[in-house]
Design a protein around this ligand. Structure first.
Ligand code: PGA
Length: 246
């Protein structure tokens, strides 16, 4: 495991974006993409790097890391009203980079065969598998909440109360949603798929993530902190800021 410490978030996100973009250039790869507040600026830097360096992404397939259950992207809705992660990736990554729909693999668990199709695409597409992750305050990675077992695979999960509250405050509340409207279920790839990646990049910043980071990197490997499972993988790079370590 490598831990790269930067003075601030922007420097860390820029470095991660440049590194990933360079490694994708002209290659076949599968990029599994997280969402969340942390990632907005990262994707902005990633798009800028791709444009500045004229990176060739034609061999890359992009996968949603997770998705709310029952929410489908609706391009007719104004930004913010459509809280699907598919829309988030479309707005922050695919549209700015002009990524073809055929190169995007979404999680649509409520559709028949939705999960099976995703599994097949993930297993069959060629190239290196690179997974980009954030981490929750409770140590979740993707929507693998505490209690997740290391061998758990792609599946539908119940969200923890803490995650529902965090996501409500961070995303839904400002767009007029009531707390009762919050999705309580989601679909997520599991530790099994995450740990099958060739490379895992984790972005983790700020004092609020300090406890989760310490548990993930130095704590016991167990279900109380699913991010601790990353200790078992030989190619994980953490991008962190100095505020996290203070
Ligand atoms: P955040 O979410 O980037 O909004 O903090 C990260 C996560 O919950 O995985």
């Amino acid at each position: 495991m490598k831990i790269r410490v930067f003075e601030n978030q922007l420097e860390a996100k820029t470095a991660a974006a440049e590194q990933i973009a360079d490694s994708l250039d002209g290659n076949s790869a599968k990029l599994v993409c997280a969402t969340g507040g942390t990632m907005v600026e990262f994707y902005r830097e990633f798009c800028r790097t791709n444009q500045d360096r004229a990176i060739d992404l034609r061999g890359v397939r992009f996968f949603n890391l997770d998705e709310y259950y029952g929410i489908e992207m609706d391009p007719a809705l104004p930004e913010g009203k459509d809280q699907s992660f598919a829309r988030y990736l479309s707005d922050n990554l695919f549209r700015p980079l002009g990524i073809d729909v055929d190169s995007q693999v979404r999680l649509v668990p409520h559709r028949e065969d939705g999960l099976e199709q995703y599994r097949t695409e993930l297993a069959c597409s060629g190239g290196e598998l690179i997974t980009i992750l954030g981490i929750g305050k409770n140590g979740h990675i993707a929507f693998n909440e505490p209690g997740t077992m290391i061998e758990d695979s792609i599946r539908v999960v119940n969200l923890s109360e803490g995650t529902i509250i965090d996501n409500y405050k961070a995303n839904f509340e400002a767009f007029g949603y009531s707390f009762d409207e919050m999705p309580r279920k989601a679909c997520t790839i599991g530790p099994r798929e995450i740990l099958s990646s060739n490379r895992i990049i984790v972005l983790c910043f700020g004092k609020t993530k300090k406890h989760a980071f310490e548990q993930a990197v130095f704590g016991t490997i167990d279900a109380s902190c699913p991010a601790s499972y990353l200790q078992t993988h030989e190619n994980v790079e953490w991008y962190v800021d100095s505020a996290l370590l203070r």
